[in-house]
Write a protein that binds this ligand. Structure first.
Ligand code: HEC
Ligand code: HEC
Length: 407
């Protein structure tokens, strides 16, 4: 990390675009991630570096940590050593029926919501922990990778709607749902990426259930919910059992620019260098219908403020839609995330998976093959696709997985 950071700032200092760029095969940087998109202006590279530093800064009481928190810095759950993924998790809880999966109608046992907040500071004494009740189910959410997320923000709404309509016309059971959600923050004082007002209907694309539309809102949400750091976008402390409305730092804890720098860092992280795809693996990926949901590329809007991301085909391998993946992958959370039912998840972007060691929303799979087989559970929209995969010869399965691993 330190080495890459230095390399990036050295390059920024002489005003050059940092490698890697696609097509420059064989360099040592082929295995680098956490590097800025090639060709960014020096100003953007500077924001990448400043945001990267904030992403790693451990927040303390004097910064406004708490009263409740889960971890003290972004990198705790989006680690440099692991493709900016995990190892930290957020835990969710839900009251379930006797079958252990279906959410119960009465969730009143969870007076402070569905998210576990294990740590307290700044005068708080009562964390939010799962009640010791057999009807409460606790599930994990692994911090997803942050790689290539700027491309995902830049994708035009019309592209997401187009793919949803194409899927609705298919006869094979694949029919993704657009997660139309309300913008849930105060307006960003810097409206260059979005000028959303509270309550505006927007297409969710971030989070494992696509519950938030923009990266600035996502960062403000993470600061507030994971760290108890308030900002102009999210000025109030997370409701807590001690009834505290502030912490050791009076008033709003972080500035809008501190939110926006972290968002700009995430926006400008490159998609790791990809070798020219193996044609056989690529064809099998299509043949097994993986590409129906893991759509290889979606087009970005022309007015996106980062020129390198505007009006391009973003190679994200997701449709940004929610899909029903069956009970086996359910988290039993009834009503936390817009249109998402407990069994629904956003198609995971296939970006830089070779840097990760755990897969799926809770990290239950430790190999790509396990992740693909988990698509095949009863009731999953991807069951037929998983069956096509298992019907392939061992050599073809491997070629397909090698292709996925190269993305
Ligand atoms: C406690 C662990 C944890 C911490 C700390 C944390 N995150 Fe996350 N992050 C997660 C989890 C879990 C998700 C998925 C959340 C969801 O499903 O809504 C996530 C999702 C994200 C996403 C969306 C990625 C995607 O694929 O849609 C971004 C961007 C992000 N986090 C950035 C940050 C930033 C910036 C910080 C620091 C301000 C931060 N996170 C702190 C666990 C964490
Ligand atoms: C119906 C849509 C759909 C189809 C078809 C589909 N997937 Fe997925 N895929 C998803 C969703 C949704 C997830 C996230 C599930 C979760 O996290 O629990 C996912 C997750 C993954 C992951 C884990 C990625 C990560 O970051 O952890 C891999 C790998 C993957 N899919 C590969 C494939 C392959 C290979 C195929 C074809 C054999 C395929 N998928 C077919 C929707 C689909």
């Amino acid at each position: 990390m330190a080495v890459l950071g230095l390399a990036a700032s050295a390059l920024a200092a002489c005003g050059e675009a940092p490698a890697p760029s696609t097509g420059s095969g064989g360099s040592a940087l082929a295995n680098a991630f956490d590097v800025p998109i090639a060709g960014l202006s020096p100003d953007w590279v500077a924001r990448f570096n400043d945001g990267d530093r904030l992403f790693q800064i451990v927040l303390r009481d004097a910064d406004g940590l708490g009263p409740l928190y889960t971890r003290q810095f972004c990198g705790a759950c989006h680690d440099d050593a692991d493709g900016l993924r995990g190892p930290g998790t957020a835990q969710k809880m839900s009251v379930v029926r006797a079958d252990g999966v279906t959410p119960a109608a009465d969730q009143s046992l969870l007076a402070y919501g569905h998210t576990v907040h294990p740590y307290v500071t700044a005068g708080a004494t009562t964390p939010i922990l799962p009640p010791a009740d057999p009807s409460v189910r606790v599930t994990n959410r692994l911090g997803p990778s942050a790689l290539g997320r700027g491309y995902m923000e830049a994708i035009a709404d019309s592209e997401i709607l187009r793919v949803a309509a194409e899927q609705a016309a298919r006869g094979d059971g694949i029919h993704g749902t657009v997660n139309q959600v309300a913008y849930g923050s105060m307006p960003n004082p810097d409206p260059s990426f979005d000028a959303h007002q509270p309550g505006d209907l927007v297409i969710g694309r971030f989070g494992l259930k696509a519950r938030i539309a923009t990266l600035d809102e996502f960062v403000a949400d993470a600061l507030q919910s994971d760290m108890g750091i308030t900002s102009p976008l999210r000025p109030t402390e997370f409701p807590n059992p001690d009834g505290l409305t502030d912490d050791a730092k009076p008033g709003v804890d972080a500035t809008a620019d501190e939110v926006n720098l972290r968002a700009d860092y995430v926006r400008t992280i490159a998609i790791p260098w990809r070798a020219k795809p193996d044609a056989r693996g690529q064809a099998l990926f299509q043949q097994a219908q993986c590409s129906a949901c893991h759509v290889p590329a979606l087009h970005t809007r022309a007015d996106y403020p980062i020129p390198q991301l505007a009006d391009v085909d973003a190679p994200v391998y997701t449709d940004l839609l929610l899909h029903d993946m069956g009970d086996a992958l359910s988290d039993s959370l009834a009503d936390n995330d817009g249109a998402a039912t407990p069994r629904m998840w956003r198609t995971a972007p296939l970006i830089g998976l070779r840097f990760s060691r755990e897969f799926l929303h809770d990290g239950r799979a430790t190999t790509l093959q396990e992740a693909v087989l988990a698509h095949g559970a009863p009731g999953s929209e991807a069951a037929a696709s998983a069956q096509l995969f298992t019907g392939l010869s061992a050599a073809d399965q491997q070629a397909l997985l090698d292709f996925v691993n190269s993305l």
